[in-house]
Design a protein around this ligand. Structure first.
Ligand SMILES: [Zn+2]
Length: 215
């Protein structure tokens, strides 16, 4: 990747069109290539922007990325309720980018709909080590069994917490009490309530989300 990257950067340190152009079909006017190139980069990040997903009843249920939201719209599964100020262009059309979409058919969301996974535990604990209270990038966190597995501790929402490597090593095969550590809070399953708190956290950036999240 390193060598590739070198080759694709022009003398001003910007990406040359050849790279970005690979994703584009059709002949391009070379004079437009630089601005077009910038446009494509903007578009790539735009496609990752968060979109609030509402149930058919306008109840907020999830956050997804623009790319996924537009697929749901194209499939006729969802429609846009609020639009972003930006557009993306396909060969023949300009599409307004959604900021909030709504599912057209009601979907039953079980109270505990999140799968027990490393990603979701880190999300629940907001990337905060539950022993020292510091925030880490995901790569610097591990999952700790509060009651160690060797002592019969299960892999469950109530027994797994985000933990930095330092605290994890310090704790070893002991319970928090034995290791003199204290949990920041009691670990709980990921509920819709937790999801909504996270949606609010993300949604603070987007005015268009407010009326669906703060009521
Ligand atoms: Zn820690």
């Amino acid at each position: 990747m390193g060598a590739n990257r070198q080759k694709s950067v022009d003398f001003r340190g910007r990406y040359t069109p050849e790279v970005a152009g690979a994703a584009v079909s059709g002949a391009e006017d070379p004079a437009d290539s630089r601005s077009h190139n910038l446009l494509l980069r903007r578009r790539a990040s735009l496609m990752q922007e968060p979109v609030l997903v509402l149930n058919a009843t306008y109840e907020p249920i999830n956050v997804t990325a623009v790319r996924r939201a537009m697929v749901l719209m194209l499939k006729g599964v969802a429609q846009a309720e609020e639009l972003h100020n930006s557009e993306v262009h396909s060969a023949s059309h300009a599409h307004r980018v959604p900021s909030v979409i709504r599912l057209l058919a009601y979907r039953h969301i079980p109270q505990q709909s999140r799968a027990l996974s490393r990603k979701n535990i880190l999300l629940r604990d907001r990337n905060t080590c539950q022993f020292c209270g510091r925030v880490f990038p995901s790569s610097e966190l591990t999952l700790d069994h509060v009651v160690p597995r060797s002592r019969g501790g299960r892999s469950s929402w109530e027994n797994l917490v985000a933990c930095c490597y330092r605290c994890n090593n310090g704790k070893g095969d002991r319970t928090p009490e034995e290791a003199g550590l204290k949990l920041a809070r009691r670990p709980r399953p990921f509920t819709l309530h937790t999801s909504r708190q996270l949606m609010r956290l993300i949604g603070h950036r987007d005015e268009r989300w407010r009326k669906y999240l703060f009521y």
